[in-house]
Write a protein that binds this ligand. Structure first.
Ligand SMILES: [Zn+2]
Length: 167
């Protein structure tokens, strides 16, 4: 099932999230499956549960076009960060038409659980690291507009939000 992707300033995007427990409930299994269908359908590279109105710690990373198998991660967190930070343009499915430069650590170590509840830990310094940081931000209620200082597109939209005090 393709789920509607909530758009900023929807309140779910800032809401606290609950960890998921194992074995996964049928609801969470269905959520992950639907999130995978939804991110593929939107041609996005990642999606987090709050973006579809679920306040739980589930993210999917869709870098299949770069040859990376699709990943669903449960209770993901960044456990260490490299010192080197890089600035890359980012957008967000929940913030259409807004893009800007986001500075993040290049290399991170991610710890999460897989669908069997097994803890996995891996490091990356490429696109997986970038997308994981963006999606883990989502489950912590953080958005690219909190990071961007230089907009490459949609600065006028953000200016209006600032005037309306939704940011
Ligand atoms: Zn996003």
């Amino acid at each position: 099932m393709i789920l509607p992707i909530l758009k900023f300033p929807n309140k779910y995007l800032r809401a606290p999230t609950e960890p998921v427990s194992f074995p996964l409930s049928p609801e969470i299994k269905k959520l992950a499956k639907d999130m995978i269908g939804t991110v593929r359908n939107a041609d996005g590279i990642g999606l987090a549960a709050p973006q579809v109105g679920k306040s739980v710690k589930v993210i999917v990373i869709n870098l299949e076009k770069s040859g990376v198998p699709l990943m669903a991660l449960y209770n993901p967190k960044i456990v260490s960060k490299g010192l080197k930070r890089v600035e890359i343009e980012e957008g967000c499915l929940s913030i259409p038409d807004v893009f800007g430069m986001v500075k993040r650590p290049k290399k991170v170590t991610i710890e999460a659980q897989n669908e069997e509840g097994k803890t996995i830990r891996f490091s990356d310094d490429g696109w997986i690291a970038r997308v994981a940081q963006h999606e883990i931000d989502h489950i912590n209620g953080a958005l690219i507009i909190d990071h961007i200082k230089k907009y490459t597109q949609g600065a006028d939209i953000v200016k209006e939000w600032k005037e309306e005090k939704v940011i």
